[in-house]
Design a binder for this molecule. Structure first.
Ligand SMILES: Cc1ncc(COP(=O)(O)O)c(C=O)c1O
Length: 387
């Protein structure tokens, strides 16, 4: 059998390997505290669940339009207007089976041999994987230069050349939890005016998971970039709906027909009942989000304070998401060695920084979207292996 070369260039998410190892250890009777997965321990909002169940009971089992139902796209458009005061026509919105397909499509549309695509390192691993898949050159910008892991606009602008087709930004950021503030995003947006051929993919999937009452400096603030701006977002993180597989992208007008066709060629449409739940989530009350963020704020304090007390570990307070990304260099271990010992000796599943790129060899990612009790217990267990 001869498979296409680009298939062998696909990367993966280490979280799935850790997930398999965790499952095996659990089956052997070991107690594992899982801080590896990128999802919330909160339930999806009841009004979303009820709406999806009702839709199925009412017989909404069929195909929908490949770009999503008009009602769902209108709900996204309303939400963007109410949150960010931007007028985005439902025609420019594509409902996807998760946030991930928007990056998959965007990278596919601009990546090919000879092209360059820029992405954050450390960063969500699928950016680099998909760039390699397309045969484009993957050009990382380094987020470990600044202590708070925010972007260095000058570095990004200096890396752009006439082969650069796409620039990927992720704010708030996975895996570091960094939050890049408005003045830095303003500087980037102004700098990008000089490069009209560069398309921007802004992954804002953690846009509502920001601490200290701050708000995202969304790329919707820059209408002069709209003709070359793709915004990725979705329900997974804000509404604790990861397994529903629901996301949305806002695309430049001239790409819509291509995205539409690509949807037809890949998944036909997003689960129809799920789209009813999606509308209810967007239009419904946001008490669950408020509660979730209040709880995440407390957990953020607990996990950072706990990690800081551990021998050889340095930890920043994340500005958004539900991840911390401590540096473990002074323990004498790499992130990978640390992860291994954490899982097999302490019984705590975390992810090594190397799973997110080459620049974070001494970091590990911990998810604090789990109970306070689990966090405290995990810190105590890690403490024991460091003594
Ligand atoms: C930065 C980032 N973008 C996109 C996604 C994909 O989200 P979804 O699960 O909705 O596909 C994730 C999920 O972890 C993420 O962390």
């Amino acid at each position: 059998m001869k498979i296409a070369k680009n298939v062998n260039r696909l990367g993966t998410e280490a979280v799935y390997n850790i997930f398999a190892q965790t499952k095996k250890l659990t089956e052997q009777g070991k107690e594992i505290i899982d801080l590896s997965l990128g999802q919330s321990d909160f339930k999806s909002p009841k009004h979303a669940v009820d709406a999806a169940i009702k839709a199925l009971k009412d017989g909404h089992h069929g195909y929908t339009l490949p770009n999503g139902t008009i009602e769902c796209r209108e709900a996204v458009s309303r939400k963007i207007k109410s949150l960010y005061k931007a007028d985005i026509s439902p025609e420019r919105i594509i409902i996807m089976p998760g946030g991930k397909p928007t990056m998959h499509y965007a990278i596919t549309f601009f990546g090919e041999p000879g092209a360059e695509i820029m992405y954050p390192d450390p960063g969500f691993p699928i950016y680099e994987s998909m760039i390699n898949f397309t045969g484009a050159k993957a050009v990382p910008y380094n987020l470990t230069k600044k202590e708070d892991f925010t972007i260095d606009v000058d570095e990004i602008l200096n890396l752009i050349n006439d082969k650069t087709r796409l620039l990927i930004i992720n704010n708030p950021h996975n895996p570091t939890g960094s939050f890049t503030e408005k003045k830095i995003i303003d500087k980037l947006a102004i700098g990008l005016e000089k490069y009209p051929n560069v398309v921007i993919l802004c992954d804002e999937i953690y846009d509502r998971l920001i601490f200290d009452n701050k708000e995202i400096p969304t790329f919707f603030n820059y209408p002069n970039l709209y003709e070359r701006l793709i915004i990725l977002n979705g329900w997974s993180k804000t509404y604790a709906m990861t397994g529903w597989r629901l996301g949305w992208g806002v695309w430049p007008k001239n790409l819509i027909e291509h995205v539409f066709k690509y949807c037809v060629n890949s998944h036909s449409c997003v689960n129809s009942a799920a789209q009813f739940g999606a509308i209810a989530a967007l239009d419904g009350p946001e008490d669950h989000l408020k509660k979730m963020m209040q709880e995440f704020s407390e957990r953020r304090k607990i996990i950072c304070a706990g990690l800081k007390k551990l021998k050889g570990i340095k930890c920043n307070l994340p500005g958004g998401s539900f991840f911390v990304f401590p540096n473990v260099k002074e323990t004498g271990m790499t992130g990978e060695e640390f992860t291994d010992r954490c899982l097999n000796e302490a019984g705590v599943a975390v992810i090594p920084g190397r799973a997110f790129g080459k620049f974070a060899a001494y970091n590990v990612r911990l998810n604090f979207a789990t109970s306070r009790q689990n966090i405290t217990k995990a810190i105590e267990k890690i403490d024991k292996i460091l003594k």
